[in-house]
Design a protein around this ligand. Sequence first.
Ligand code: SF4
Length: 293
Amino acid sequence: MDHLDKLESRSIHILREAYSEFNNICMLWSVGKDSTVMLWLARKAFFGHVPIPLVHIDTSYMIPEMIKHRDKLAKEWRLDMIYGQDEETLAAGETFPEGKLSHLECCGRLKTAALKNTLNGNWHRYRYNHNKDQYELDSNREPYTGVIVGARADEEGSRSKERYFSPRDRNNDWDIGDQPPEFWDQYKTDFAPGTHVRIHPLLDWTELDVWEYIQREKIPMVSLYFDQGQGKRYRSLGCAPCTEPVESTASTVDEVVAELKTGKFANIAERDGRAQDKEDGGGLEELRKDGYM
Ligand code: SF4
């Protein structure tokens, strides 16, 4: 087995373990490269069919290509696709940068609160109806007690503190100092009632691993990751007003892999183009403690 085979095998093991141990789980799909690789792994884990609902938190500010790519793959791969959003804040027009909310407050509402309330079923969820080719209000309000997330430990500081199976309390709060140890591939999957668990099958993958796997498996990626002739591409995707591309002429997966191997970005954080990661030192960890992905 080579390096990618070992990573794949462990991730598939965790996905199967999660599916067998938790009653009502979903998988977060941001449409970025990591969660799309995770979705690909889930298709492998369950022989082509993904038996887990895919949840997308739509801030409504996502770069439009991302939504097109989401719906294209949802159709092609017959995914059980759900999205949720903070309809009240959006209707009130309070969002950053035009509205009165600061950057972190806006993320706190459109991402963290939207996620929390989509997962617990308090807010509307919209489910893709494959027969009608449209999203419809979902009558199922049952809370998800486990959520599979494509976070990687090397992505930024707070993610490196996660476990493969990371518990959150009833309020979705994360106690970083009180997490179960995970030695020798032994994972704690038995938690007290009311615990909400985040499952991280990609924790050990690096950015280069992800791109080499995309290259090997020929996984379809949203075009934003590639230069379209302007000498820029996105290294990490998010809301259009708050995400900056990097200088790069890599226009194919092979070129992205080659570029990463040069070490060009070795001293630049992968999420450097994401404004919320830079705010008030430790801002992202505070958001994550409160439920942010
Ligand atoms: S990334 Fe920007 S637009 Fe998106 S939720 Fe955060 S502040 Fe609002």
